[in-house]
Design a protein around this ligand. Structure first.
Ligand code: NAD
Ligand code: TYD
Length: 337
């Protein structure tokens, strides 16, 4: 039995990872440790909360004692750190919590991992640590980090800490740097679910600046499969870029969404640009493909259709997160236990 501590497993990517692994890897026990911030939602794990290979524990990655207790109690061998503050706009208005969770929290996990002789530590990072590209070129693992937002600066700091713990203390680690994810259970503050939600409600779609910023989109399940590959086959101390070679301008994505849901382009509303808005991201995942034999399977056109269908079928989930009612879920689920 593989015994894995995953942090942030009630968020968007973490919960997709939990669902995938519980469905496909019967020999893996997941201890899911999550603070349940505004972005954490136990409804993302509905149907899996009582799975015999899944134990949910509410808590903060900055709390080293609890992390160490969990490692001891569940004989943890591997840690995958998904937990983070993850939204660039929030990092512009309130950067402090990004440093607390993304930097201090990661440091706390690293110290626990070394003290408890964890066999493998995987840091889930982002392509945003590389900064912004011009019209050509792609991010490779060899590029220097050049983050521009408080969010990406906090993620770059944690990447440096992970590598430093590998170098200094011999921690066996991998860092994954993925491009923009989309898919089921993404909180509707991020661009794709926000635009789907607004389009369905006939509300304006707020496009920052001229809408020509480029992001490189990957379907979340493809990302999760890549993380499993890194967990099982990644070589010590390596960084792996993950992407699906699917660059689009924001306007292209938004027009595609409007077309699929049958709403007019007149809903598009240009608004003030994000401060320091990165122009273009594009990721080169040749190394991950050649060394780990991983490749994205879902094309954007297919993934976006499936994602919109999911949001249409899960209006209750969407209403829960937009009204905030999902935050009572933990109390209801765990009351009296
Ligand atoms: P998310 O915001 O949806 O989820 C984050 C989760 O972490 C939530 O469940 C939250 O409750 C939990 N959390 C926050 N602070 C915590 C703390 N102090 N202790 C314990 N749990 C805490 O984020 P996401 O989009 O699922 O991203 C997951 C990871 O992947 C992040 O590290 C992010 O930087 C990285 N990433 C995201 C994307 C993307 O497009 N969303 C792309 C590349 C990398
Ligand atoms: P986002 O989903 O926040 O991801 P990131 O900033 O981490 O790439 O935003 C994706 C792109 O969409 C980014 O260029 C900013 C833009 N955007 C808008 O134009 N309007 C919005 O309301 C949001 C949330 C994002």
């Amino acid at each position: 039995m593989r015994r894995v501590l995953i942090t942030g497993g009630a968020g968007f990517i973490g919960s997709n990872f939990v669902r995938l692994i519980l469905a496909e890897q019967p020999d893996c026990l997941l201890i899911n440790f999550d603070k349940l911030t505004y972005a954490g939602n136990l409804e993302n794990l509905e149907g899996f909360l009582n799975h015999p290979n899944h134990i949910f524990v509410k808590g903060d990655i900055c709390d080293g004692r609890t992390v160490e207790d969990i490692i001891d109690k569940h004989k943890i061998e591997t840690i995958i750190n998904f937990a983070a503050e993850s939204h660039v706009d929030r990092s512009i208005t309130g950067p402090k919590v990004f440093i607390e969770t993304n930097v201090i929290g990661t440091l706390t996990l690293l110290q626990a991992a070394c003290d408890k002789k964890i066999k493998k530590f995987i840091q889930i990072s982002t392509d945003e640590v590389y900064g912004s590209l011009g019209d050509t070129g792609k991010f490779t693992e060899l590029m220097p980090l050049s983050p521009n937002s408080p969010y990406s600066a906090s993620k770059a700091s944690s990447d440096h800490l992970v590598a430093a713990f590998g170098h200094t203390f011999g921690l066996n680690y991998n860092i994954t740097r993925c491009s923009n994810n989309y898919g089921p259970y993404q909180f509707p503050e991020k661009m794709i679910p926000l635009m789907i939600n607004n389009a369905l409600a006939d509300k304006p779609l707020p496009v920052y600046g001229d809408g020509l910023n480029v992001r490189d989109w990957i379907y979340v399940e493809d990302h999760c499969r890549a993380i499993w590959k890194v967990l099982t086959e990644g070589k010590t101390g390596e960084v792996y870029n993950i992407g699906a070679s699917s660059e689009k301008t924001n306007l292209e994505v938004i027009k595609t969404i409007l077309k699929i849901v049958g709403k007019p382009e007149s809903l598009i509303t240009f608004v003030k640009d994000r401060l320091g808005h990165d122009k273009r991201y594009a990721i080169d995942s040749t190394k991950t493909a050649s060394q780990l034999g991983w490749q994205a399977q879902i094309k954007f056109e297919q993934g976006i259709k499936g994602t919109i269908e999911w949001y249409l079928k899960n209006k209750k989930w969407l209403t829960g997160v937009t009204t905030g009612s999902y935050q009572q879920y933990y109390q209801q689920m765990y009351a009296g236990r």
